[in-house]
Design a protein around this ligand. Structure first.
Ligand code: SAM
Ligand code: SF4
Length: 339
């Protein structure tokens, strides 16, 4: 098997699979209140189609898969999908991003189906604020989901917090303190300019992640992965766009993710949208359609060729500007691309 290597020498080993564009929340930074225009059910890849693509990708060297959305746990057949993917021999890390609302119902069965770990979105520990940010959700359901995930042995648990100045930045300390007693990884994500949510990159809501990190280091946290570059650290599982610190004696650690950091040179991932477009880069509008050939009866070799083609089109650097252009055209938000 020839590995998936892009024209800039990056080996692609990580596939993010969006399983739905639907969501049970409407987070203010991700979706407008009325929701987004949804794809028709027939356009969304079926469970067997998703599993087939991952199987073919695994034959090309994809070893890590993250399921995402929309909200992953509202997808019908999600347990069956996890089960199918966990049986693919080459996939050694199978994870899921979720808003956690339904996690307490699913955690045990997800673990039994073969899921390794979860990333749970959590932007606040205040119930009222949670309702304001998500427009629909109840904080207690997410906290119950985290507990259930821990009980089910999904590990490590990562918590994703989008930091917004004037919205939740005053809770950074409290959220970071979750790592004192739990072996969780709390990751602070800089708000990104997706979707026409009325917020612009660089506007007052953006809180530079590096400031938070530096302040924590000044308060005694230490860098866990000192061998990687300042803005381009590898995450603990591979080459992700996060970098990590830890307070002595704390069980968990704290990560930082910012699109403004130069993450492209380490990028090892491609994304599959729920309707079957393979995107070589989150910050570009290049895509390769897998659904049409799949439904036209293409064999595995042909689909493998299309995956290689997408990798060959991966740009050296993504452009945030491209995303803003895409957004103003009513195109992708992270909920559509699969965050
Ligand atoms: N519904 C799941 C969830 O919320 O975790 C999975 C999909 S969601 C699109 C994936 C991640 O994207 C979440 O952690 C969310 O916080 C993040 N996200 C969405 N819009 C964002 C934005 N404008 N800036 C930064 N992160 C964003
Ligand atoms: Fe839904 Fe996740 Fe987007 Fe929130 S961030 S609206 S939970 S897809």
């Amino acid at each position: 098997m020839t590995k998936l290597i892009d024209p800039f020498g990056r080996e692609i080993t990580y596939l993010r699979v969006s399983v739905t564009d639907r969501c049970n929340l409407r987070c203010i930074y991700c979706m407008p209140e009325e929701g987004v225009k949804l794809k028709s059910h027939s356009d969304i890849l079926r469970i067997e189609e998703l599993a087939r693509i991952v199987n073919i990708a695994s034959g090309l060297g994809i070893t890590r898969v993250r399921l995402t959305g929309g909200e992953t746990l509202v997808r019908q057949g999600i347990l069956a999908l996890v089960s199918l993917l966990s049986e693919i021999p080459g996939i050694c890390d199978l994870s899921m991003s979720t808003n956690g609302v339904l996690l307490s119902k699913f955690a045990t069965r997800l673990s039994q189906a073969g899921l390794n770990r979860v990333n749970v979105s959590l932007d606040t520990l205040k119930p009222e604020r949670f309702k304001r940010i998500t427009r629909h959700g109840k904080l207690e359901s997410v906290l119950a989901g985290l507990e259930a995930a821990e009980g089910a042995g999904l590990s490590p648990i990562k918590i994703n917090t989008v930091v917004m100045k004037g919205v939740n930045h005053d809770e950074i300390r409290d959220l970071a303190m979750l790592t004192k007693d739990h072996p969780w990884i709390v990751r602070f994500i800089e708000f990104m300019p997706f979707w026409n949510n009325g917020w612009k990159f660089g506007a007052g809501y953006v809180m530079p992640i590096s400031e938070i990190r530096n302040e924590m280091i000044a308060r005694g946290a230490y860098v866990i992965n000192p061998n990687a570059g300042e803005n381009n650290q590898r995450d603990q599982a591979g080459k992700g766009p996060a970098n990590y610190i830890k307070f002595p004696e704390f069980k968990g650690s704290i990560g930082f993710i910012s699109l403004r950091d130069h993450i492209c040179s380490n990028c090892n991932r491609i994304r599959l949208t729920a309707d079957g477009l393979l995107l070589p880069c989150l910050l570009s509008n290049i895509s390769v359609d897998l659904r049409t050939p799949l439904r036209d009866g293409a064999d595995d070799g042909f689909i493998a060729g299309l995956i290689r083609k997408a990798v060959s089109l991966k740009p050296e650097n993504g452009e945030i500007a491209q995303v803003e252009v895409a957004c103003s055209g009513g195109n992708p938000s992270l909920s559509k691309i699969g965050g």
